[in-house]
Design a protein around this ligand. Structure first.
Ligand code: PLP
Length: 353
């Protein structure tokens, strides 16, 4: 059932071009055995997991929602080729490759790698199965998710044009004013599910990278009149530029939709305390989160994003920062293909530590 606020968001989004890439809504699932393992109702808040890992496109994740609007924009401009960037195990790149298959488009991925010959596993294996053309770029900084890829992207754009194709460049993470629409819709969907279940959570935890999800969630929470505060957990460095990016693309989305609301910097908090040694390097807390959620709920977190966000939530439950009387939503943004990479398997197996 829609509230007046979510109906307004849905009506504004309905005027935007959108290509269906996934089956929605995703489930909102109570994690009671996980709660019991964290001390039960006397110590741990109620935890509901919004299962955006179950978006049905190409092994799922948060990018499906953004790509519905990005692919529609590309098609409306007559594009024939999607080009995007990311780390070699980028979920966004993998889902862009999957979206290209479904939309009948070509796809070129410019991927940053710390090694010349990365193992063809996890997301990279899927990129290849989805038929993407892959260009590798050396990594520059373990704290950041990307390398110096602009020149390579510019070259790919020229090559595509010279071959008679029409390229459409999707920024890293799909984080643009167009992509933000995905989590405006995701927020309306979640707020309606919560209203139907009679729930009023105090916080929504999620993993924050390139900030398109943040912009959509923060603006979406305001527009949909959510009860929760959006609590981002950073998986890579990059402040204050990333806050500015979130505000800029959030406000671009609002303008596209003809809505007067604008994001304020105070709505764009991201906790920087759980990054650990850098992007894609799992922390002890992240590994514990993966093991505990798997064992209690058979839900798989990923080693790069969601496990760091869940590690933050677990730390806050144990420290009392979130109280047992609260209700928390955890947005599961996907990413499990990275579980099946050599670097994760070696680090996660106690026998190899
Ligand atoms: C699994 C997963 N979670 C969270 C994120 C963060 O989303 P955003 O880049 O919109 O901040 C990503 C981005 O790649 C992701 O792959």
């Amino acid at each position: 059932m829609s509230t007046a606020a979510t109906a307004r968001v849905r009506a504004a989004l309905a005027r935007q071009p959108r290509t269906t890439l996934t089956i929605l809504p995703t489930p909102l699932q109570e994690a009671s055995r996980f709660r019991d393992a964290l001390g039960g109702p006397g110590r741990c808040p109620r935890i509901l997991i919004k299962r955006d890992d179950l978006t049905s496109l190409g092994l799922g994740g948060n990018k499906a929602r953004k790509l519905e609007y990005l692919v529609a924009d590309a098609l409306s401009l007559g594009a024939t080729t999607l080009i995007t960037t990311g780390a070699v195990q980028s979920n966004h790149a993998r889902m862009t490759a999957a979206a290209a298959c479904v939309a009948g488009l070509r796809c070129v991925l410019v991927l940053t790698s710390t090694t010349e010959r990365p193992a063809v596993a996890g997301n990279l294996l899927l990129d290849k199965l989805y038929g993407a053309d892959i260009r590798l770029v050396p990594s520059i900084d373990p704290m950041l998710a990307v390398g110096k890829d602009e020149a390579v992207v510019a070259r790919v754009v020229e090559e595509e044009r010279a071959a008679g194709w029409t390229p459409y460049v999707i920024p890293v993470g799909g984080s643009s004013g167009v992509g933000v629409c995905g989590y405006l819709g995701g927020s309306a969907e979640l707020v309606d599910q919560l209203a139907d279940a009679g729930l009023a959570p105090s916080r929504l935890y999620y993993a924050s990278g390139s900030r398109g999800t943040q912009a959509g969630l923060a603006l979406g929470a305001r527009l949909a009149e959510a009860t929760y505060r959006v609590y981002g957990v950073a998986v890579s460095a990059g402040e204050p530029e990333k806050i500015e990016r979130a505000r800029r693309i959030g406000n671009e989305a609002a303008a596209r939709l003809g809505l007067p609301e604008r994001l304020d910097l105070s709505e764009l908090f991201t906790d920087q305390g759980f990054i650990g040694e850098g992007y894609g390097i799992p922390t002890t807390a992240a590994l514990e989160a993966i093991a505990l959620l798997a064992k209690t709920e058979a839900i798989l977190l990923d080693p790069c994003y969601t496990s760091k966000a869940m590690g933050a939530l677990m730390a806050h439950v144990r420290s009392g920062e979130v109280e047992a009387c609260e209700t928390i939503v955890f947005l599961h943004t996907g990413g499990m293909p990275a579980l099946f990479t050599e670097s994760f398997v070696a680090g996660a197996d106690p026998a190899t530590r």
